[in-house]
Design a protein around this ligand. Structure first.
Ligand SMILES: C[S@@+](CC[C@H](N)C(=O)[O-])C[C@H]1O[C@@H](n2cnc3c(N)ncnc32)[C@H](O)[C@@H]1O
Length: 260
């Protein structure tokens, strides 16, 4: 029997090829760069046009991490829930645009807000779906046309019922080796409980990290992020936990549910 040389440490090839230049890495549309210039690193708030502080988008560091993970993972097909004004969407789309080729980001949110990416060169990469994530599955399936999702980003309503429905509906469409990114898994017990359930399955690798946004007092919980890598497909997971119905924001001064 002849043994073929196996690449060491590589369990799957990177996604579609790309020819981007190093000097282009990290560039975002001008409106997104302007939005980032209002970021306050000590609190994780964005100062917006009317001078108020916004905590709606993911922190700048998280937006840029989503950008970096997109560059690393090279997805062709991305689905996001929770578009808001489009900060995370624009970060991911900027990376998809730089990677080039045939790539698409479907971002789902029923709320009609002006979008940061409007009129920019990343617009063609994005299709916005103005629906609740719970209602958008048939639409997404049509758009995917049997292609798998390479990267799923969940950041919509953080009630347990919603995040559970999103995971149960969209995770089966993620390919083996695909990524699932979640924001607010520390601050919100609804998301934290779902992550604790996901961790119980050997179908996933899971890590939860602190994120920089700070509330008052500064010892209170931060939003947090969870990175999930799907190892393999299997039965729909996790089961709905009736005891967790209604879980939403946790007590910010108590230890995070996801770390208990
Ligand atoms: C925390 S914000 C998302 C922030 C965004 N990812 C960013 O970085 O700018 C949550 C968004 O989820 C949306 N949302 C709430 N319920 C939803 C649902 N069932 N399906 C999809 N989006 C939902 C809200 O309208 C809101 O815009």
């Amino acid at each position: 029997m002849t043994m073929e040389a196996q690449p060491i440490g590589i369990v799957r090839p990177l996604g579609q090829d790309t020819t981007f230049k190093g000097s282009q890495y990290g560039v975002v549309p001008p409106a997104v760069a302007h939005f980032e210039s209002g970021y306050e690193a000590m609190t994780g708030a964005f100062t917006v046009a009317d001078g108020s502080k916004s905590y709606g988008p993911v922190e700048l560091e998280v937006g840029r991490l989503w950008y970096a993970l997109t560059m690393l993972h090279r997805p062709s097909m991305v689905v996001e829930t929770g578009t808001h004004a489009g900060y995370s969407t624009a970060c991911i789309a900027a990376a998809l645009k730089l990677l080039g080729g045939k790539r698409k980001l479907y971002s789902i949110d029923p709320m009609p807000l002006p979008q940061l990416w409007s009129g920019s060169d990343v617009s063609p990469v994005i299709e916005q779906i103005r629906m609740r994530s719970q209602d958008a599955l048939p639409f997404i399936k049509t758009r995917l046309n049997n292609e798998p999702i390479d990267m799923l980003v969940l950041d919509s309503d953080h009630h347990y019922e919603t995040i559970h429905a999103e995971f149960a509906m969209y995770e089966p469409l993620v390919r083996d080796g695909g990524l699932i990114l979640l924001h607010d898994s520390i601050f919100f017990d609804g998301v934290g409980h779902l992550v604790n359930q996901v961790r119980q399955s050997d179908r996933f690798e899971v890590v939860t990290l602190d994120s920089p946004r700070r509330h008052d007092p500064p010892t209170a919980r931060c939003p947090g992020i969870t990175l999930v890598r799907k190892i393999r497909s299997g039965d729909v997971w996790p089961p709905f936990d009736e005891k967790a119905r209604g879980l939403f924001v946790g007590d910010p001064n108590s230890p995070a549910l996801v770390r208990r």
